[in-house]
Design a protein around this ligand. Structure first.
Ligand SMILES: C[S@@+](CC[C@H](N)C(=O)[O-])C[C@H]1O[C@@H](n2cnc3c(N)ncnc32)[C@H](O)[C@@H]1O
Ligand SMILES: [Zn+2]
Length: 580
């Protein structure tokens, strides 16, 4: 497969198949529960509508992944495959003409911009799967709106350098959040992505975006207004938020041109305006994450999307800024909002702050501030359990069974209400001490009356509800029995150790200090499935000797030999390659 660089078969996609299976069975149960609530006469009418909804599974993806959905997930009625390159389409056509058996009743490969289609089809898809190269940020706005109530949005981000703090300002421009470079950065990446989906920022459509140069987008706008009647809201929004005046009648008759005129003075593209219009439409929507995983070289989230004006008010309660000490491993969360309950009524207020002083109470250094991140649970434990149970039942159908069952097992054991995690190695590096074993450290935390768990993101990470002063007291007690060499007094470790512990740590082995998976000796972290594991070249791009570190010498030799044997390409073929 590597020889012509046509396909990158990533077995860990099994997890998407598993979640999609859970979704279809849950959705069925939910519809059945809804139906059973109705009276018998009403039931007949609604049954038709709801069942129609249920089986009108739609889906947006591309290439190999969509082929797997079509072949492996039962009860998908219709599946759209969106792509901007011809290769997945050729592959899809090949499959449609072959004898491969598909579950899906209708499979439509489409060479067009998925954003325009999603924006013009609000609340229409049961499932949307976004798997772009790099960042999904420009798709989020349209994707969130195109999902039906209770539908599933699956989204991958492979721009880990951006999400993990390599370029904080780029992350802010794409996701509206500042990353921090802690050991927990991969979990923070997941939480930044979730926060970005929840807040649904207006996408940044840059000048180099093909759509900004697309003269047809103006006409698409007109098409939107006719089909979806979003006019009054659009006009209100343009007036109130952008100070643009658009006469409603003229606007209705000639929306596209009016918008582009208005935009000319505003400096925005027609698509930006289209997104702004939808920005007004989309309020009242919120997400519930069912599974959020960091695997290999990407993060992937699975969220359900709902509409509710009252639930929307809870959004600030689910978001927090993060204060990360520049001297020691301490971090603290600053929630954006809080509630006040009084006489059966709830008031929504801004969060109290700051939660930290100017200088770290543990080591005296300053804090960096990151976020906002999604600080509510990132998985639905019941979903995770049923997906894991389902995977175990159909072991044979998952080529990456070992891998995904290990990830799901570790996820199922994470403390659901604790954002981010500590690194025992980092704590010890700050104090320059030897490390207690994870079991001993876990025991001390449990014996002090707190909870602790691992994390699927990092084999050495520990999630706990113990405050930082308790953690440092445990470490101070550890150092009393395992002394360290004297360090300069201004070092963060020296400042921390200069204080006497308030708590007397008890390192006696606690019963719950081993995770269930560890106790049962179930593997939780597996090595990479193959050598040279990592993001590959874009499909169709020519493999050359400079890609050796990415693909390995065997693949390179295979590709180069293959090339030697290939017939020279015709002018037309070359042109096709360029345009695709
Ligand atoms: C990482 S690949 C997807 C791989 C796919 N999930 C698979 O299993 O083969 C990204 C795909 O997104 C497509 N794409 C990028 N921008 C797009 C857009 N605006 N609309 C539709 N497809 C787009 C690209 O053409 C490419 O086929
Ligand atoms: Zn500190």
């Amino acid at each position: 497969m590597h020889a012509k660089n046509e396909v990158f078969f990533n077995k860990t996609r099994d997890i998407s198949i598993a979640v999609l299976r859970t979704f279809t069975s849950k959705r069925k149960q939910e519809h059945e529960a809804l139906l059973s609530k109705r009276t018998k006469s009403a039931q007949k009418v609604s049954e038709r509508i709801l069942l129609n909804l249920l089986w009108r599974k739609a889906l947006s993806a591309s290439g190999l992944r969509s082929l797997r959905y079509a072949r492996e997930v039962e009860c998908i009625a219709r599946l759209w495959l969106w792509t901007m390159t011809k290769l997945p389409l050729r592959r899809a056509e090949g499959t449609l003409n072959s004898t491969v058996q598909l579950h899906v009743q209708k499979w439509s490969p489409i060479l067009a911009d998925a954003r325009v289609y999603m924006l013009t089809h609000p609340k229409e898809f049961d499932v949307v799967d976004l798997d772009p190269y790099g960042s999904p940020s420009v798709f989020l706005d349209s994707a969130v709106q195109s999902v039906v109530d209770g539908g599933l949005l699956m989204c991958t981000a492979t721009d880990m350098a951006v999400l993990c703090g390599g370029n904080g300002e780029v992350c802010y421009s794409k996701y509206g959040s500042y990353p921090l470079r802690g050991k927990y950065c991969h979990e923070m990446a997941l939480r930044i992505l979730l926060a970005s989906i929840e807040i649904w920022r207006v996408c940044n459509v840059g000048q180099d975006d093909p759509l900004t140069q697309d003269k047809h987008s103006v006409y698409r706008l007109r098409f939107v207004s006719k089909r979806k009647k979003i006019m009054p809201k659009a006009v209100r929004l343009l007036k109130s938020e952008h100070g643009l005046f658009v006469g409603q009648k003229k606007f209705r008759r000639n929306q596209g041109e009016r918008l582009s005129e208005a935009n000319a003075s505003d400096g925005a593209s027609p698509l930006t305006t289209l997104i702004q219009i939808s920005h007004a439409n989309r309020y009242k929507r919120y997400i519930i994450p069912v599974l959020s995983v960091q695997m290999d070289f990407y993060v992937r989230v699975f969220v359900r999307v709902y509409t509710s004006a009252s639930a929307m008010k809870n959004t600030p309660l689910k978001l927090s800024y993060v204060y990360q000490c520049t001297g020691c491993d301490s971090f603290h969360l600053q929630p954006l909002g809080r509630t006040l309950s009084k006489n059966n009524s709830v008031r929504y207020l801004p969060g109290f702050g700051p939660v930290v002083p100017q200088e770290c109470g543990d080591c005296g250094k300053k804090f960096n501030m990151g976020g906002p991140i999604w600080s509510a649970p990132i998985h639905d434990q019941e979903w995770v359990d049923s997906t894991l149970a389902d995977v175990k039942c159909m072991k044979d159908r998952y080529p990456a069974y070992d891998r995904i069952s290990a990830v799901l097992t570790t996820v199922s054991e994470e403390l659901p209400d604790i954002p981010l995690f500590l690194s025992l190695h980092n704590l010890c590096a700050t104090l320059k001490c030897t490390s207690p074993s994870a079991v001993i450290f876990r025991s001390a935390v449990i014996n002090a009356g707190y909870r602790i768990s691992g994390t699927h993101v990092n084999p050495l990470g520990l999630k706990t509800d113990a405050p930082m002063n308790v953690i440092w007291d445990i470490m101070r007690c550890w150092v009393k029995n395992h002394p360290v060499k004297a360090q300069p007094p201004d070092q963060p470790g020296s400042v921390i150790l200069a204080k006497e512990p308030v708590l007397e740590a008890n390192f006696a082995r606690a019963v719950a200090s081993l995770s269930k998976a560890q106790a049962k000796k179930v593997a939780r972290f597996l090595p990479n499935p193959e050598r040279h594991w990592g993001p590959k070249l874009r499909a169709g791009r020519q493999i050359t000797s400079k890609h050796v570190s990415l693909l390995g010498p065997d693949a390179i030799n295979g590709a180069l030999n293959h090339e030697d044997k290939e017939e020279p390409k015709s002018k037309r073929q070359k042109m096709e390659d360029i345009t695709s």
